[in-house]
Every structure is written in C-alpha cells, then in structure tokens.
Design a protein around this ligand. Structure first.
Ligand SMILES: Nc1nc2c(ncn2[C@@H]2O[C@H](COP(=O)(O)OP(=O)(O)OP(=O)(O)O)[C@@H](O)[C@H]2O)c(=O)[nH]1
Ligand SMILES: [Mg+2]
Length: 580
C-alpha cells in the first residue's frame, strides 16, 4: 500500500519534500523553525546551555492547503559545517536565514555555496529578527540578499513577534510546488543521519529517504559495512506508516542491530543496488583552485571521508577515498579543507583506477555505452547507465564495441597469416570472454586453436615424405616409432594423423584413439588400469604402453593413482573424442 501523506490539488503538491535551513551562527534559524513548526529542535542540553545548535534538528512543517514539509535545521557554527553538509545532502529546497541586523556573514556565504554545489537551487530567504532593527537596516540587508540569491523570494520575518510567518509559509509552499524530489525512481537508499536505541525496540536510524520506499519486513543492507537487516517498522514524523516514500523523513527500526553497528554516514540501501567504492570519478567544480593530489575531505551523502583528488583533464577528477562510500551517478559531493573549496558531480561511482579523460568526457555527455571498447561485463555498466546499453555488441554476459570485434577479427586473421603453414592456426585468446565471443568470429575452432574455415596444413614440396611417414605410422599400428623430422611430425599432427609421444616417438592418430578407447572402457569397467594390463589389452610393448599412458595423463584423460591409472572426472563423463 502506498501512504499518501499530503493531500492537495496536484500530484506535485503531495510529493514529500524536505526543506533545510542554512545561515550563519545565531542568525535565528532554530528560533524561526520553532516559530514555524512549534518544535524546538535544539534538544541537547549542551545546545540549550550554549544557545547554539550543535546537531541536526527535525520538525514537520504544516503549510496552507494541508501540505506538509519536513524541516532539517542545521547548525551555523563554522566548526559544524560538516554537520550542515550532512543535513543538507538530502534536502529538496532551502530556507536561508539571514539576521536582518547583521546581513550576510561567512557561513551565510559558505552554506549558500554548499547548497549550490549540492544542486539545491530552489528556496526562500528569510530576513529575520526584523523586530530588532530599523526598516532602513532591513532594506539594506534585503538588497544585499538579493545580490547573493537573485532568484529567491525574500521574506521579512520575526520569530519573536510572529511577523511575516504566514508570508514565509506561503513562499515556501510556492517553491515547494515548483520542485520535484530528485531521485524518486532509483532503488531504495537512505543516508543515515542519526541512530539511537529505544529500550525494548532495538536500534532506530533516521534519514531523508533519497529514493525508493521502505516498509516493515523489507530486507535492506547497511553499507559500507555490508550488514543485512530486516526492517521492523517505519515512522514518518513519529507516526507509524506501512511504507515511507522517497523525499520523506523516516525513522526505521532495525531489530538485532546494536546502536554501535550503524551511525551517521552509513547508508541503508536495497542490497547490491549501489556500489560501495573507494573511488569516485567526478566533474569538478572549484570555488578555490584545487591542486592535483590535494588532500581534502569528501562529503558524500551523510558521510565524510579524507581523500586524494587526482585531477583528470581540465575539469574532471578521480577522488581516491581513504574509506569506502555508497554513491550513485549524478550524486553531488562537497570537497572541504579548512573551508569548502569545491564540489563534484559523480560520473562513475565505481570507476577503473587509471586517469582517462576521454572516458570521463563520454560519461559527462551521457554516452556511457561509448566508453565500452573491449569486453566488460554488462553488469559493471549498471552504475553509469540508465537502462540497457545501446550501440554495443553483446555475447553472454559481455558487452563490447563492434569496432573492437572487427579489430579482434583482423588481429586473428593477421596472426593466422603469419602462422606456421604446417599448422596455420593461432591459440584461442586466453581471456575470460573468449568462450562467449570467439563463436562470433568467422574462424573454425579445432581444439584450442582457431583456423581459417577449411584451412589445411601445407608442406611445401615434401608431401611425398609426409605420405611415406603416414604409411609407416599406419602399418606400425599401436607401436610407437621414432620420428626425427620435426617438420613432418608437426605437419601430420596438425592434420590429425599423428600423435606425439615422449622421447621423440609418435604413433598414428587412429591407433592412439583405439588405445584410448581401450583404456577408457577398461577404466569404466574396473575403476582403473595398470600398465601391464594396458600393454596386454592394446598388444604393444611395455615402453610404448608407458609412452601412451603418459600422453593420456598429459591430455588430462587419466591420472596416476598408485601403480594404476584412473580416469579424471571430465574424461570419465565425456564420450570418446579425437585428440586435439
Ligand atoms: N529579536 C529577535 N531575536 C531573535 C529572533 N530570532 C532569534 N533571535 C535571537 O537570536 C538568537 C539565536 O537564535 P537561534 O535561532 O538559536 O540561532 P541559530 O541560527 O539557530 O544559531 P545556530 O544554530 O547556532 O547557528 C536567539 O537566542 C535569540 O536571542 C527574532 O526574530 N527576533
Ligand atoms: Mg540553531
């Protein structure tokens, strides 16, 4: 069942959204949230004693028409910008609070920069504490605010007198109706911003549901720890719901999980829907110049991890993280040193390690399929693609470009051209994709080699010698003969007429096959065969029997077990086939 929490005239006005405060310390964010919602989000004793916010605060905000927003109140202190980022990552719109008497201050600007880097473009500016200053001062602050945030509505308010609060609610309702929750369609993901224990109830984690939905009974995973969990129940603003939808503030109870097992920065996700990665390829956005190999802190979701910024091309970077994170294509990240120096948009949340500007350019243009050349598993593209890759070839689990396949064909053809005319084939590629991809090529597979279709070995001018040796082998039957002429031996071997044994001996392929059949039949009947028995059965000498058995061992047909030979499992299952 889908829980419809917000009644309203259109789908959009029902969509759950989260608004986050922003602004300099002491500028009146928490007071304004309390005036709007009736809830004091400074709940820690330390916050109440010092009169500043330290941690994130949460409250539901009722708007006219029955619409409800979730509010995340963030601290303004410069030492808590990290916490502000964790609070701001999941929000859909902002409420930038500026003290009308003070005007914009450093964290007004830094928070605003962070919002922009996170791609949160819609919001309202509240000029607050207007009860405390002259109208001229407010005018001045408003002008400054307009320059800072040209596109936002600016509302004059006082948390003390209640002035402007209705106008602020209306302004929030207007922006909310123009915003859509960004990642609604993706698999379930919630970046945890708080975890606590309730006696007799287990551990509860809260966060903004970025995408998907969560309901009681769902099986999810805590990443990057990789712990499987089962959801007991879900609440939205202290009310139990059957399923919470993306964009909502949710509290999820997780039985069997200790409080220490999960904390801010972890992500609660649909199992294996998101990569857990030590590397992120991003489009870089710089507020201050970021040098190659700079050590910075990367904020991803509610997590923050030290990292090295490896610059790629003019505006890309690979973030090499000290600890793994959960991220997806399109996620925004923040880069901080002492202050916020930039941000990035994730192109590939689990990229290869090497610097590849061309690949990143293709990803930036949304041409993920064009990054595919040699075979990669289709599965590995899931994190950089929407849906199925177009314009690529497929074979089994592999995708690759048709150009690559052409190159492979040309390469094999060239190597066959250069191959020994006695045996004009080339070995199968040793790569894991070979069994799936090789059948697409116009070559003939014989054993472990590829040949031009119908290719026959050629032996310039010595065909008569070869025919003589062939006759000799045929009349020798299961007796091995010494072949001194290696060229002739390889020629007949390539034609499937001769089987090489040890010490320069060889035997006719037909005789070898008979000997092998005898051995396989005997082993199937008796479980194994001794040298003497094999010798008697095939009617040859002891040395030749020994050489044939060694060749069968080398072919993987048999193995030694004490003084007997037994079939290897693969040979025991297989029917008799020609030697390759
Ligand atoms: N006169 C007047 N004073 C206000 C108003 N709003 C807040 N204040 C004063 O400003 C102080 C700080 O307000 P808070 O809401 O705690 O400020 P904040 O922005 O949440 O501060 P941090 O969370 O620490 O960044 C309060 O203790 C009040 O004294 C207002 O509308 N009018
Ligand atoms: Mg506060």
């Amino acid at each position: 069942m889908t829980v419809v929490e917000f009644e309203g005239p259109s789908e959009r006005s029902r969509m759950p959204l989260t608004v986050g405060t922003a602004g300099h310390i002491d500028h009146g964010k928490t007071w304004l949230v309390r005036a709007l919602t009736g809830k004091d989000t400074d709940r820690l004793p330390e916050e109440q004693r010092r009169g500043i916010s330290i941690d994130l605060g949460y409250a539901p905000l009722e708007l006219a028409g029955g619409r409800r927003l979730s509010v995340v109140d963030v601290p303004g202190h410069e030492r808590f910008v990290r916490t502000m980022v964790a609070g701001a990552t999941g929000i859909d719109l902002y409420l930038l609070v500026i003290d009308a008497g003070e005007g914009a201050r450093p964290q007004t600007r830094e928070h605003l920069a962070i919002l922009r880097l996170l791609g949160i473009e819609h919001g309202v500016v509240a000029l607050t504490k207007v009860d405390a200053v002259d109208a001229a001062v407010v005018d001045f602050a408003e002008e400054e605010a307009r320059e800072l945030v040209p596109d936002a509505e600016i509302v004059r308010v006082s948390a003390k007198t209640g002035q402007g609060l209705d106008a602020l609610r209306d302004a929030l309702a207007r922006v909310a109706s123009s915003v859509e929750h960004a990642r609604a369609d993706s698999p379930t993901r919630m970046h945890v911003d708080r975890s606590f224990s309730i006696a007799g109830f287990g551990t509860v984690v809260t966060g903004t549901l970025w995408s998907g939905s969560i309901g009681g009974g769902d099986r999810l995973r805590i990443e990057p720890a990789g712990r499987d969990v089962r959801v007991r129940s879900v609440q939205v603003h202290d009310e139990e719901v059957e399923r919470a939808e993306s964009g909502q503030r949710v509290a999820v109870s997780l039985p069997g999980i200790e409080r220490g097992d999960v904390s801010r920065g972890d992500a609660l996700v649909e199992p294996s829907a998101y990569p857990v990665s030590y590397r992120l390829d991003v489009v870089l956005e710089e507020i201050e110049p970021i040098e190659d190999n700079a050590r910075l802190v990367v904020h991803v979701g509610t997590d923050h991890v030290p990292a090295r910024v490896v610059r790629v091309g003019s505006h890309f970077a690979q973030l090499r993280l000290d600890a793994p994170v959960v991220a997806a294509r399109g996620d925004r990240v923040i880069l901080r040193g002492e202050t916020t120096v930039g941000g990035g948009t994730v192109l590939d949340p689990a990229p290869p390690r090497h610097r590849d500007p061309a690949r990143m350019e293709l990803l930036e243009r949304g041409e993920a399929a064009a990054t595919v050349h040699s075979p990669v598993r289709a599965e590995s593209l899931r994190h950089i693609l929407d849906g199925d890759p177009l314009g690529v070839e497929r074979a089994g689990p592999w995708v690759f470009s048709s150009e690559w396949l052409d190159e492979l064909e040309a390469d094999v053809r060239a190597r066959i051209g250069a191959a020994d005319p006695i045996d004009p084939g080339v070995p199968l590629p040793p790569d894991p994709w070979a069994p799936d991809v090789v059948p697409l090529l116009p070559f003939e597979r014989r054993g472990s080699k590829l040949y031009l279709p119908g290719a026959v070995p050629a032996l310039g001018g010595r065909e008569a010698d070869a025919a003589a040796l062939d006759d000799q082998l045929a009349s020798a039957g299961v007796r091995a003969i010494k072949v001194e002429d290696d060229e002739l031996s390889r020629f007949l071997e390539a034609r499937g007429r001769l089987v090489r044994l040890g010490d320069g001996y060889a035997i006719g392929a037909d005789a070898f096959e008979v000997a092998r059949d005898v051995l396989v039949t005997e082993c199937r009947a008796e479980g194994g065969i001794a040298l003497a028995r094999f010798r008697d059965l095939v009617g040859t000498g002891r040395r030749d029997a020994q050489l044939i058995l060694e060749r069968l061992d080398a072919d993987g047909v048999t193995r030694r077990a004490g003084d007997r030979r037994v079939l290897r499992r693969a040979a025991a299952d297989a029917t008799s086939r020609p030697s390759s």
